[in-house]
Design a protein around this ligand. Structure first.
Ligand code: NAD
Ligand code: UDP
Length: 312
């Protein structure tokens, strides 16, 4: 099936958004971006900012969609994503996921666009079921440090559902699990960024809690492959996990990064952030069956690619 021709990417100057824009432009798709550069940057898009198919406006999505175009798809990615960023800006995080999502859905309704919404594994909170399947409702604190993000995304999913039911807007929610790769903000506080920064400065590695908590890290190319498949298909409406089920503890991650960078750094332990999930792992059988997709890049391979890209 063919990809659409005109796509709006909210948050297109961020880590994932800029990779998506680049992939779309290379397929000759006309790409429109709204980004307020709160956590993204012009550096992320400088490679293609002069492409005639690329249209960028620096603005807050909550102030409205400043384009007057009929889009085939709107990929709604605008939102702080790292715990440090959303804890710093809890109200802006809630706003872009609630008011921003409503504006996206209204716009899509007017121009009959399909909507891809970047949700998150955080909708499962600190899960009690492993691995997490899409029909698990989660274990989320609605009043706490992570609530602005977790509940913001949950509300956005509910808005998508309501617009699909009420107005027939075609939506596809993807629940993205921890994703990494080049163009992640080096100082955004996420674990792989922190460890690589600490390694490059020869500092101790910061382990929160006892380091036995797990995450599953997905390389950006695998996420992109899944998104591009979705953009060439009809939506299937139900939320879909997109991640790499290779589960690893934070201590294992620290050891692996030391091995891959030939460093021998000490670990320094800090208290566990509030409501930090103790275990996280996606069940991706739905995506595998619906998209004919599976992640291909192992953690070791992806980290090597990232380390290599930072040297160039
Ligand atoms: P990012 O911070 O690099 O990108 C987000 C972009 O949105 C930034 O460019 C930022 O400036 C922009 N933005 C934020 N608020 C905005 C607003 N009000 N108006 C306009 N632009 C705004 O983060 P990312 O890792 O690329 O994440 C992209 C999306 O994917 C987010 O919605 C995030 O919740 C979701 N996600 C990411 C991950 C991950 O591991 N990276 C995991 C789960 C979900
Ligand atoms: N973490 C850590 N040291 C750091 C940064 C994070 O031990 O310097 C832990 C954090 O407590 C969490 C995991 O690594 O358990 C992943 O954190 P990150 O912020 O990357 O993403 P999250 O999955 O929590 O959104």
């Amino acid at each position: 099936m063919k990809l659409s021709k005109k796509i709006l990417v909210t948050g297109g100057a961020g880590f994932i958004g800029s990779h998506l824009c680049k992939a779309l432009l290379s397929r000759k798709i006309e790409v429109y971006v709204i980004d307020n550069l709160s956590t993204g940057s012009l550096t992320n898009i400088e490679e293609f900012i002069d492409d005639t198919n690329f249209h960028f406006v620096q603005a807050d999505l909550c102030d409205g969609i400043l384009f007057n175009e009929s889009f085939d798809w709107i990929c709604h990615l605008a939102s702080p994503a790292s715990p440090d960023a959303y804890r710093r800006e809890p109200i802006a995080t809630l706003r872009v996921n609630t008011e921003g999502t409503r504006l996206v859905l209204e716009y899509a309704r007017q121009c009959n666009a399909k909507v891809l919404f970047a949700s998150t594994s955080e909708v499962y909170g600190d899960p009690k079921m492993h691995p997490q399947k899409e029909d698990y409702w989660g274990n989320v604190n609605c009043y706490g440090e992570r609530s602005c993000y977790d509940e913001g995304k949950r509300c956005a999913e509910a808005l998508c559902y309501a617009y699909a039911q009420t107005y027939g807007v075609r939506i596809q929610i993807i629940r993205i699990f921890n994703t990494y790769g080049p163009r992640m903000q080096a100082t955004d506080g996420r674990v792989i960024c922190n460890f690589l920064e600490q390694i490059s400065r020869g500092k101790t590695l910061s382990i929160y809690g006892n380091g036995e908590q797990t995450r599953c890290f997905q390389y950006i190319d695998d996420l992109l492959a899944a998104i591009l498949r979705i953009l060439s298909m009809e939506v299937c409406t139900s939320p879909m996990n997109i991640g790499n089920p290779e589960e690893c503890s934070i201590l294992e991650l620290a050891k692996l990064l030391c091995e891959l960078t030939s460093s021998n750094l000490e670990l320094k332990y800090f208290s566990m952030p509030l409501d930090d999930p103790s275990r996280r792992c996606p069940d991706i059988s739905f995506a595998q069956q619906a998209l004919g997709w599976s992640p291909r890049v192992s953690l070791r391979e992806g980290l090597l690619k990232l380390i290599h890209s930072r040297k160039n």
